[in-house]
Design a protein around this ligand. Structure first.
Ligand SMILES: C[S@@+](CC[C@H](N)C(=O)[O-])C[C@H]1O[C@@H](n2cnc3c(N)ncnc32)[C@H](O)[C@@H]1O
Ligand code: SF4
Length: 438
């Protein structure tokens, strides 16, 4: 039986002081917000039944559109180049059937968020894009909505135009998230990406505002091997010109990428710190350690992300490779294991992927890993998942992390401190149950 306070540590590790385990895990690029670290870590929890949602009252929806006009080399999402031969309608047919079947099975859930992402949803032809938004609208109209419901859609500057902005506004979506990633044009081109000129970006922003899309987010990335402070400053100059309501900075993850190099962990921290200080100077709000910032008084995210992260809300993903989580486990739709697009489109449903029915402690590890994005997690949510007081269950971990000032507590919330964020992967990993891959 597992001893109290030693969660996630095998017998050998239990004899090792927490500081030694922490020290060994510092600077390990594998340790970030991903969990499990390798799919094989969960093989024992695989199930042949669909993931049940009957214990969940609230839910967030996500539609994955796995198409892009061009494939950025640094991207680790499941996406396919949208060539002429690709049958967008077939994709939408399957998506529509899956959403309909889910809502028939679970008609009484309250919807707390709905994101459409990818890939690049706006890469679709206008006709297919309008149909996608109709599918979204039909789904929303069948649900009760929470008061904080703030749906969002992802786009790129090179695929968004007036007609698509109008279609988004008509569907009721009030937030668009646009990636620039970097302002270094030669780097972007070498990575198969093009954002257009600043004038083009400003024009897209003006159109969005004209049609009433009131919250715009920009994504930036850091951690690229040769990315200099000058590059970061140039990206921030675009931000200060466009002044999006929300701003998200992504640290480059390479877990799923073969031979794409990122900076070492110590440089990543410096780059984050550099960005954070400038973002604060520009008047955005956010705590050190978060990756989302806002000019308003919110967390800088859609309600899907907000509720999926700190609130531990169940989420259901539709489309190729989409992930779902209920209070019973996790599932991935077909496409996650490298299946070809042709193979996926031959299915009657995308819901034929991997399902894992997870013990509470694995669900807890997943919750903590997801919360890594916002640098905080809630004790009440941990207790809800574990069915026990987390301060008892993780006694040793909490003692070490508090003593070393790597985390701090404000009532129900545990924040990763400035010092803790330097080694946030190692901090989060102390709550990992499956640590075979470390
Ligand atoms: C799912 S992508 C879709 C957004 C849209 N297609 C675009 O490129 O702007 C969402 C964000 O993930 C981030 N991203 C992409 N590849 C990443 C990687 N390897 N590591 C960390 N973040 C990444 C980018 O900032 C991107 O804007
Ligand atoms: S970063 Fe965006 S546009 Fe580039 S490949 Fe990934 S999803 Fe597509």
């Amino acid at each position: 039986m597992m001893q109290k306070g030693n969660l996630g540590l095998n017998m050998k590790e239990m004899e090792v002081p927490m500081e030694n385990i922490f020290e060994q895990r510092r600077n390990k690029a594998l340790l970030n917000t991903s969990y499990p670290l390798k799919p094989v870590d969960w093989v024992q929890f695989k199930s042949t039944f669909p993931l049940p949602f009957d214990m969940d009252k609230d839910i967030c929806f996500y539609i994955h559109v796995p198409f892009c006009r061009s494939l950025c080399k640094f991207c680790e999402y499941i996406r396919f180049k949208l060539d002429n031969g690709i049958d967008e309608e077939r994709y939408l047919d399957i998506l529509e059937k899956d959403i309909d079947a889910f809502l028939n099975k679970y008609p009484n859930l309250r919807l707390r968020g709905f994101d459409i992402g990818g890939g690049t949803p706006t890469a679709l032809s206008l006709r297919a894009f309008e149909r996608l938004l109709q599918i979204y609208r039909n789904g929303v109209d069948r649900c009760n909505l929470s008061s904080d419901f703030l749906p969002s859609i992802e786009a790129t500057f090179s695929t968004l135009d007036k007609d698509k902005i109008r279609a988004i506004a008509t569907s009721g979506i009030k937030r668009i998230s646009l990636g620039i990633q970097s302002a270094n044009t030669s780097f972007l081109l070498a990575n198969h990406r093009y954002n257009g000129s600043l004038a083009h970006m400003s024009d897209i922003f003006a159109q969005c505002r004209k049609y009433g899309v009131s919250i715009l987010n920009i994504d930036l990335m850091y951690g690229f091997l040769n990315q200099s402070d000058k590059d970061l400053t140039a990206a921030l100059a675009i931000i200060s010109e466009l002044l999006p309501e929300h701003l998200t900075i992504y640290e480059l993850r390479t877990n799923m990428l073969n031979s794409y190099q990122s900076k070492p962990a110590s440089c990543l921290f410096k780059q984050y710190e550099f960005l954070f200080n400038h973002i604060m100077d520009m008047g955005y709000k956010g705590r050190f350690g978060q990756n989302t910032f806002s000019r308003a008084n919110d967390m800088g995210v859609s309600s899907y992300l907000q509720n999926r992260m700190t609130e531990n809300c169940a989420y259901k993903g539709f489309g190729i490779a989409a992930q779902s989580k209920s209070s019973k486990g996790l599932s991935y739709n077909i496409g996650k294991n490298g299946e070809s697009l042709t193979e996926c489109l031959q299915q009657e449903s995308f819901e034929c992927g991997d399902v894992y029915i997870l013990p509470r402690r694995e669900l807890l590890s997943k919750y903590i890993a997801i919360c890594g994005y916002c640098g905080m997690f809630k004790l009440s949510k941990m207790e809800e998942i574990l069915g026990e007081n987390p301060l008892d269950v993780f006694h040793n971990q909490f003692k070490f992390l508090f003593d070393q000032h790597l985390i701090k507590r404000e009532e129900d919330i545990i924040y990763i401190t400035h010092k803790g964020f330097r080694d946030y992967g190692a901090v989060l990993s102390l709550f990992h149950q499956s640590n075979k891959s470390i």
